[in-house]
Design a binder for this molecule. Structure first.
Ligand SMILES: Nc1ncnc2c1ncn2[C@@H]1O[C@H](COP(=O)(O)OP(=O)(O)OP(=O)(O)O)[C@@H](O)[C@H]1O
Ligand SMILES: [Mg+2]
Length: 214
């Protein structure tokens, strides 16, 4: 899900997660209505949101951050083992305060926290924030690998290139409405540089060119 600043991307993820009530419409997960469901209950059932800004606890160690993900009944040893298997670099940093790691390592921890609980649906909000392109490419390669293990993933990004390479479907949100959706290659062709800068006027042009507008 792509779109300029203020389009409503984070808001939509929060609505899906049960953190905001929608003013209209409903949320269906796996065909079942979850509108208004308790966010804690949704999390226990396998819905996992990594919010903007990573959602890790900077003063706690990497290990303590992982231990918090035992709420679905996975043991502490298992969460550590799974996290390190996916991100070996975290193995050497288990006793380090999470906030002292590099930005890329902190984002690895955020992803590790998400996958150790074996989510069914994973919502990622701007994983790339503040990271170098090379680090972002590596993270999205991992996201693709997680998706290939039958986890449904919705990725929000303002900067499209890295995520369009790994996505199956793309959609563009502007002013709270989807103005285009389709195959990533087609959507990439419709994204102007102006939209990526967050200018609202050129972004609205997508409304006329978007084939999947609703
Ligand atoms: N709690 C709130 N109260 C009032 N307005 C809000 C609230 N949360 C978000 N908004 C507004 O709703 C709009 C959409 O915000 P949202 O955070 O969903 O945008 P976004 O697409 O995630 O943008 P960004 O790319 O900057 O993260 C913005 O104009 C924002 O100011
Ligand atoms: Mg946002």
């Amino acid at each position: 899900m792509l779109g300029p600043n203020g389009a409503g991307k984070s808001t939509l993820l929060r609505v899906i997660s049960g953190l905001h009530q929608p003013s209209a419409g409903e949320v269906l997960l796996g065909g079942r209505r979850t509108t208004g469901a308790d966010p804690v209950d949704l999390a226990r059932r396998g819905l996992c949101l990594i919010p903007e800004g990573r959602g890790i606890f900077p003063t706690l160690t990497v290990r303590e951050n992982l231990w918090m993900m035992t709420y679905r009944g996975v043991s502490r040893a298992q969460v550590e083992e799974r996290a390190v298997a996916r991100f070996p670099r975290l193995g050497a940093r288990l006793d380090q305060p999470a906030g002292t790691m590099s930005g890329g390592e902190q984002q690895m921890l955020a992803l590790a926290r998400a996958i150790v609980s074996e989510p069914a649906v994973l919502l990622l909000d701007e994983l790339s924030m503040g990271l170098a392109p090379r680090v972002v490419a590596d993270l999205y390669a991992t996201v693709r690998a997680i998706a290939d293990e039958h986890v449904t993933i919705i990725v929000v990004e303002q900067f499209a290139a890295a995520v369009l390479e790994v996505a199956d479907t793309a959609a563009v949100l502007v002013d709270g409405r989807f103005v285009a959706s389709g195959r990533p290659a087609d959507i990439a062709g419709q994204l102007s540089g102006a939209y990526l800068g967050g200018a609202s006027a050129p972004a609205r042009d997508h409304a006329s060119s978007g084939d999947g507008a609703r």
